[in-house]
Design a protein around this ligand. Structure first.
Ligand code: ADP
Length: 205
């Protein structure tokens, strides 16, 4: 199962991905974590992405698609993957779809975490106080929200239009509440017939 955990900055994707890993034995692939690790080691890739990340801008699609293609080639992705922070643009979603199609796979579930914007800003500012992430200042948070609205939110429409299974999950409440809601959606998706058949009906082929 390839699951995408989708949502605005601060919606809890990282926290809930860790639970998905434990609850369903999925490999957690976080593009944010991967890019931060590159930036910390000062690799050529890290040097290229660090200023963009610090400004709250997305890194270029072709760059992140290469990173993901490489990562999805590793052996540990066999049992299933939860993608966290990718795809973040419609172009990335199309690249992912093509990558998976080549392997006879598709995105089995998109979990979309819904959290009101005021709560998001509050959470991110709280995280800034605790962890000191460079992109958690008020100004950069505003830019990240803007990037999300402009470039990332349309990814959901892309998947809805393609007939993929999209589940909206209320992301407000305790971490355990949200975990339970997500667990129910994943369990539902795992027991449902694969979407290939619905797609064929929709295509009329
Ligand atoms: P967030 O808390 O905003 O969800 P992440 O840890 O997922 O943060 O990502 C942090 C930063 O890494 C983003 O603001 C962006 O600069 C970069 N980034 C991560 N994933 C992608 C992606 N798929 N496409 C472009 N940029 C990305």
């Amino acid at each position: 199962m390839i699951a995408v955990l989708f949502g605005p900055p601060g919606s809890g994707k990282g926290t809930q991905s860790a639970f998905l890993r434990r609850d369903f034995d999925l490999t957690h692939v976080s593009t944010g974590d991967m890019l931060r690790a590159e930036a910390a080691t000062g690799s050529p890739l890290g040097l290229e992405v660090a200023p963009l990340m610090a400004a709250g801008k997305l890194v270029p699609d072709d760059l992140i698609v290469r990173v993901i293609a490489e990562r999805l080639g590793h052996d540990d992705v066999g049992t299933g993957v939860v993608l966290d922070g990718f795809p973040r643009t419609v172009a990335q979603a199309r690249a992912l779809d093509a990558m998976l199609e080549d392997r006879g796979q598709d995105v089995g579930l998109i979990l979309s975490l819904d959290v009101p914007v005021d709560d998001l800003v509050e959470r991110l500012l709280g995280r800034a106080r605790e962890q000191g992430r460079v992109d958690d200042t008020a100004e950069v948070i505003r830019e990240r929200m803007h990037e999300y609205q402009r470039k990332t939110a349309p990814v959901l429409d892309h998947y809805r239009a393609s007939g993929a299974r999209v589940a909206s999950v209320d992301g407000v409440g305790s971490v355990e509440d949200v975990r339970r809601r997500i667990r129910a959606e994943v369990a539902g998706a795992l027991s449902a017939p694969r979407r290939q058949s619905t797609r064929r009906v929709a295509d009329g082929s």
